[in-house]
Design a protein around this ligand. Structure first.
Ligand code: ADP
Length: 488
């Protein structure tokens, strides 16, 4: 099976959040299973070039039609964590991927529409005939549309499209110019059955187009697959998803245990597993030293997250003060794209600057994230919605007990120590439901209480989580089955 992933992110070279981890983990798993997998990315100026092995210019004559221009591109090839990756570099006055950041410019829609068209043009011109193109989120949602409307007629008629919805909160709702720019037929596509947004007059919805034109649509957990069809989590596309439910499935993301594994993680000072937990305590000491926290008999609660409304900003802010009031330490690592959220966290950081039990690190730091997972006792994820969530699964592997809100993939992976109907050996964390400070406090209180009063049970809870398997093993097979299904 030949699969090409077209994606805006792939760890460890270009990652903003979980999407990057998922593409990397799934691509590696598919390759291990004997499939031919390639990844196509934009050649961003801000990528981790130190993570690419043997980067070479491989194709110099790619001309991509975009509105009334032909834009010349070079294509580079290199290996990222053994994955075959192509990077598209356009040369035009738009300077699409030289912005010092991945997202967040006014022309994001045009940037990724161009990338989608360029990726298909590259496959066509270089003679690639993938069985499946697997694309991810609104940024590449035009791929299935372009494939069926344009490239099937140019010689890619056997290629099928799989589209994964990582987050319904971002759909690419925009003006119809994007269709003209991409060389698509506006009149044909601006209809309720195709790409017209259900709620914004005269707007195109790229994600809706991706759903309708794909052979199969996946989302990243079974609970989120239900929520997006039947609750407001569908963010306006519930009807479209219900109408396409026969080709929609929830496949729980895995995590990559070559990278997220305390037994081998090169980014933590002391390796450990569930039978050698004292070394976890040494990582806690190392974390405290690095962040200048006091070494005291206290549990350490962490947040590693994009700082975005979706992640429960008010609850996180509340948790900082509540943890400190309950004799716990608190560490936060987070980056905000929104200025007001960034400013709020800087304000709290300044306020708590001299507190020896609290550290807020505002920014993105892959290395520090690993040390936090290894050193913390609990990881807090109070998300308003969470399509899958990786940080709770990483926490489980590192013996860091998750405290989560019951939503999306968090509901599929974290089972409450006191209230779950699972047998005790399968319970692995603390869960609350209401988006309310008191619900959060109750879960935190139970976790902190167990740590202080019943350390033996707390150790057992850690071990329960560490035993669980959230590797790509199962989900990798699910994706192979989906690809086989749509190919036939
Ligand atoms: P999302 O995709 O919504 O951001 P996930 O839980 O699916 O959330 O994935 C988050 C990924 O990004 C994890 O690998 C986490 O460790 C990482 N991450 C999030 N914020 C940061 C940060 N500030 N620094 C380093 N890594 C981060």
């Amino acid at each position: 099976m030949f699969t090409v992933m077209v994606t805006p992110e792939c760890a460890s070279v270009a990652k903003v959040g979980g999407l990057g981890d998922v593409v990397q983990g799934l691509a590696q798993e598919l390759a291990i299973r004997g499939n031919n997998v390639e990844v196509i990315l934009p050649k961003y100026d801000c990528m981790r070039y130190d993570r690419i092995w043997d980067l070479t210019k491989t194709y110099t004559d790619l001309w991509v039609p975009f509105y009334d221009q032909w834009i010349h591109c070079d294509v580079y090839f290199g290996f990222v964590d053994n994955i075959k990756c192509f990077f598209i570099e356009p040369h035009s006055e738009h300077n699409f991927f030289n912005r010092g950041k991945y997202y967040g410019d006014v022309d994001d829609v045009a940037r990724f529409a161009f990338f989608s068209r360029a990726a298909l043009e590259f496959m066509l011109k270089s003679g690639k005939q993938p069985d499946v193109i697997h694309c991810h989120d609104w940024q590449t949602a035009l791929i299935p549309v372009l494939l069926y409307e344009v490239y099937h007629h140019l010689g890619m008629g056997n290629t099928r499209a799989c589209f994964t919805l990582h987050n319904m909160g971002h759909q690419g709702i925009t003006g119809k110019e994007v269709l003209m720019q991409s060389g698509l037929d506006v009149t044909k596509l601006m209809t309720a059955e195709k790409m017209l947004d259900p709620h914004h007059h005269d707007a195109v919805n790229l994600m809706k187009g991706g759903i309708i034109f794909s052979n199969f649509v996946t989302t990243v957990s079974p609970t989120y697959a239900f929520e997006i069809q039947h609750t407001e989590q569908g963010q306006g596309l519930q009807g479209v998803l219900q109408a396409n439910s026969s080709k929609l499935g929830g496949v729980l993301n895995g995590i990559n245990y070559d990278i997220w594994n305390p037994e081998v993680d090169p980014l933590i000072p002391h390796h450990y597993n569930k039978d050698a937990l004292p070394n976890k305590v040494k990582n806690k000491q190392a974390l405290r030293q690095r962040l200048m926290l006091r070494d005291d008999f206290k549990p350490l609660i962490a947040v590693v997250s994009r700082l975005d409304k979706q992640k429960g900003m008010d609850l996180i802010l509340h948790a900082i003060y509540y943890a400190l009031s309950q004799q716990a330490q608190f560490v936060l690592l987070g980056a905000a794209a929104e200025d007001s959220i960034n400013a709020k966290f800087w304000e709290v950081k300044h306020e708590l600057n001299d507190n020896p039990d609290c550290h807020l690190e505002i920014g993105y730091d892959e290395e520090l994230a690993h040390l936090i997972y290894a050193g913390a006792d609990m990881i807090l994820i109070p998300s308003i919605y969470e399509p899958c969530g990786l940080t709770q699964m990483i926490g489980l592997k590192y013996g860091t007990v998750p405290i989560v809100r019951h939503t999306g993939g968090l509901a599929d992976t974290v089972f409450d120590a006191n209230y779950s109907d699972k047998p005790y050996e399968e319970r692995n964390g603390y869960v609350f439901t209401d988006v309310h400070p008191l619900a959060l406090e109750s879960a935190m209180n139970r976790a902190i209480g167990l740590w202080y009063k019943y350390p033996r049970y707390f150790r057992q809870l850690r071990a329960n989580g560490m035993r669980q398997d959230h590797s790509w093993n199962h989900s990798g097979q699910d994706y192979v089955n989906i690809y086989e299904h749509i190919r036939s």
